[in-house]
Design a protein around this ligand. Structure first.
Ligand code: ADP
Ligand code: MG
Length: 224
């Protein structure tokens, strides 16, 4: 999937409270790209990821997926598009506490009134090392395991692209390193596009393209 953002801006509030969170950001993402985004706290990283993934809409600007204007979709159509085509991983995992790991993972598929691909689920949980944890509730899992469940949930609908907002931000360095290695493996073995926000320069340096954002303005540090 080819993604193109044109002059995306996001302005919050009015008058004295007006904040330009994102200032005319343009970006092209090619299939298979591995992109990292760094920048100070409050610089607009999460805002950008939410706009690129259709979790939110811009104040102005356009976003196309394979030439199709995403923001012209209704909220309902956009949610379905996101569930089917885009995986999103959050810093806080965002697992539902009353559901088991397995139930959390298959939720996006059930919401689409489909049945999960059991063989694929088995393959994912083996790869992520959570196959013997599927009947556990989130609070019975370590942080690293919870994030690996969240990665499986992001992958279950077989999306082309994974967005991750500081996926290792809540983990100790060992589990964070494991999670990052798994995301890299997902990208390499499954051919997914990967866009990761991070505070960690070592993670940023793993990417093929390093983007940097300051005061809502995006620039590209280096393309390998
Ligand atoms: P980062 O992820 O880089 O820390 P964010 O994208 O979360 O930054 O925020 C960018 C700017 O937009 C910040 O100044 C933040 O306070 C502001 N902001 C983010 N979300 C909202 C919101 N819902 N309402 C008002 N201001 C917001
Ligand atoms: Mg953020």
């Amino acid at each position: 999937m080819k993604i193109e953002a044109k002059e995306l801006s996001k302005i919050y509030g009015e008058g004295e409270n007006r904040v330009v969170a994102l200032n005319r950001v343009s970006l092209k993402i090619a299939p298979g790209d591995f992109i990292s985004i760094t920048g100070p706290s409050g610089s607009g990283k999460s805002t950008l990821l939410h706009l690129l993934s259709g979790l939110d809409r811009p104040t102005s600007g356009h976003l196309t997926y394979d030439g199709k204007d995403i923001y012209s979709l209704t909220d309902k159509e956009l949610s379905a598009f996101r569930r089917q085509r885009i995986g999103f991983i959050f810093q806080q995992f965002n697992l539902l506490p009353v559901l088991t790991a397995r139930e959390n993972i298959v939720m996006p598929v059930l919401l689409d009134k489909k049945q999960p691909d059991e063989a694929y689920l088995g393959q994912l949980s083996q790869m992520l090392g959570i196959h013997d944890r599927l009947t556990h509730l989130p609070h019975e899992l370590s942080g690293g395991q919870q994030q690996r469940v969240a990665i499986a949930r992001a992958l279950i609908a077989k999306p082309d692209i994974i967005f991750a907002d500081e996926p290792t931000g809540n983990l100790d360095s060992k589990s964070g390193g494991e999670v990052m290695e798994m995301l890299k493996a997902v990208r390499e073995t499954m051919g997914k596009t990967l866009v990761v926000i991070t505070h960690d320069n070592r993670i940023a340096a793993m990417a093929d393209r390093q983007l940097f954002i300051v005061d809502g303005i995006l620039s590209e540090v280096a393309a390998r």
